[in-house]
Ligand binder design. Sequence first.
Ligand SMILES: *[C@@H]1O[C@H](CO)[C@@H](O)[C@H](O)[C@H]1NC(C)=O
Ligand SMILES: *[C@@H]1O[C@H](CO)[C@@H](O)[C@H](O)[C@H]1NC(C)=O
Ligand SMILES: *[C@@H]1O[C@H](CO)[C@@H](O)[C@H](O)[C@H]1NC(C)=O
Length: 306
Amino acid sequence: MPLTDLVYLVFVCKFAAAAKTNDRPIIGVLAQEVFSPEPQRNSYIAASYVKFLESAGARVVPLMIDKPEDEYTRLFRSINGVLFPGGGASLESSGYSRAGTIFYKLALEANSKGDYFPIWGTCLGFELLSFLTSGEKLLSPTNTSGIALPLNFTEEAGDGRMFRDFPDELKKSLATEALTENSHNWSVSTEDFTKSERLKSFYRVLSTNSDGQKEFVSTMEAYSFPIYATQWHPEKNAFEWTRPYIPHSPSAIKTTFYMADFFVNEARKSFHSFSNVEEEEKALIYNYKMEYTGAQSAFEQKYFFN
Ligand SMILES: *[C@@H]1O[C@H](CO)[C@@H](O)[C@H](O)[C@H]1NC(C)=O
Ligand SMILES: *[C@@H]1O[C@H](CO)[C@@H](O)[C@H](O)[C@H]1NC(C)=O
Ligand SMILES: *[C@@H]1O[C@H](CO)[C@@H](O)[C@H](O)[C@H]1NC(C)=O
């Protein structure tokens, strides 16, 4: 082969490899209202969500509440995915739900045009995604506030993407050991999920759980969009210690990591970027200080925002 062809071939291969993944993914984490606002403390992000994403090779940008829509649109074009954290904000009338709704719509639009953009919802984030997709508040009370459970994988889980690359050993542990921490008083029951044409046609249920009375959806992913949600908290196992029911066994910590690894790999398929380095630097969460809050709150560390 002539040298020029070889050089060309190397160039093409390098380019193809480079184009395949974005190895500098930046993920937006949605802030939410604090329960009792104080000066300079109107909203917060629990640091465990940030560490969760960082542990798998992403950087984080906080998505502040109460910003104009065009600012969210500009940020959307700059980042590679969004995480809706758990918490206590209203699904209908909070800055969290308003911003979440905007990012959800932008993501549906972008993905429909082939512009890959993943979303992850944890706990309240799961509930927000169910609400946005179904257009209804399909929540039933469950006795699941502070308990770790194994997952009841559905038959469809095998066709899904989320657990596909998990080690078999870990999947077995997830199905038999209490590795998934639940902190919610409300759930989407399997019954309501099945009755909702919109939910059923949009999401594949990967796991369910029961509080002994009611079966609810605990893990789901959209069939045709990179949208993922857990009613449980994958980030807590490795990064939160204030509650006795948070599992910390080696398998529990691996669960945190493999969930983060899965989602960050989804973000690596997005090629949005900030228009310049200064803008990127200014947006990153490194500009904010986390504070120790473990003595008063369920979270060891939090970021507070105006
Ligand atoms: C709720 O579940 C806990 C176990 O997690 C159990 O001890 C408690 O009795 C249950 N409460 C009700 C009202 O069923
Ligand atoms: C569930 O409700 C109980 C009783 O109101 C409350 O103490 C607890 O903090 C709630 N748990 C969550 C996760 O919201
Ligand atoms: C798994 O499903 C069975 C059957 O519905 C139920 O009895 C059990 O409580 C579930 N396990 C968990 C951990 O939710």
